[in-house]
Design a protein around this ligand. Sequence first.
Ligand SMILES: CC(C)(COP(=O)(O)OP(=O)(O)OC[C@H]1O[C@@H](n2cnc3c(N)ncnc32)[C@H](O)[C@@H]1OP(=O)(O)O)[C@@H](O)C(=O)NCCC(=O)NCCS
Length: 200
Amino acid sequence: MENYEDFFTENFETATIKGELVTLRGIHETAEGPGSAENIFNAIEGSREFLNEHLPWIQETDIFDLQKRIRSWVLNERFGQGGCWLIFKNTPENSDGLFAGAIMAEINLRNHSATLSYWLTKPFTGQGLMTESVRLISKFAFEKLKLNRLELLVSVHNGKSAAVAMRCGFVEEGINRDFELINGKFVDHRRFSLLARDVY
Ligand SMILES: CC(C)(COP(=O)(O)OP(=O)(O)OC[C@H]1O[C@@H](n2cnc3c(N)ncnc32)[C@H](O)[C@@H]1OP(=O)(O)O)[C@@H](O)C(=O)NCCC(=O)NCCS
């Protein structure tokens, strides 16, 4: 392959990815309708208590903070440092689908790797939407971006998220001690990875 950085820069974009259950769409600062900051914020508001258990940033998130986060993901994409896709549940009644959550990839270009994170609002859990989203992003990361390693860090108290990782074939590597400060407590995280050679 030519220089990997050049290859990556040419190929990286948060293009729309369609699956059976979900459609993933890159986040846009200026989006209207279901992908707008207001809509995402309202969805977070409706699931705040649920999301707050494992996501430390939820507690202080108001609409302005959310707009800043969206802007920073848009910039990350522009600089090839990461991407955020909004997850829409496919439904025959609405061609846009229903907004369900988000999945993010922070890119480490030097090491050809990315760290994934994700969330769903409560009403959209229990339907396999995140399992499919992780599978779609993994395929995109390995096949389109030629990344070598995907990583997931999951609180030791977050069995549902660990189950997503394991369903998608991620291998548990060990514990990152006191990895994240969540609601005033340092929490150990289980580290999972999926390598290109695990899949191909
Ligand atoms: C982590 C999180 C995304 C997991 O959500 P989830 O709904 O359990 O995961 P999925 O969308 O993959 O759905 C899997 C569930 O749907 C069921 N399911 C139904 N149809 C399915 C299908 N076609 N494929 C896979 N699972 C399916 C599974 O049995 C499973 O249910 P179970 O846990 O009762 O066995 C969600 O709990 C969440 O957003 N939590 C808050 C934020 C968070 O913790 N983020 C992760 C930080 S590391």
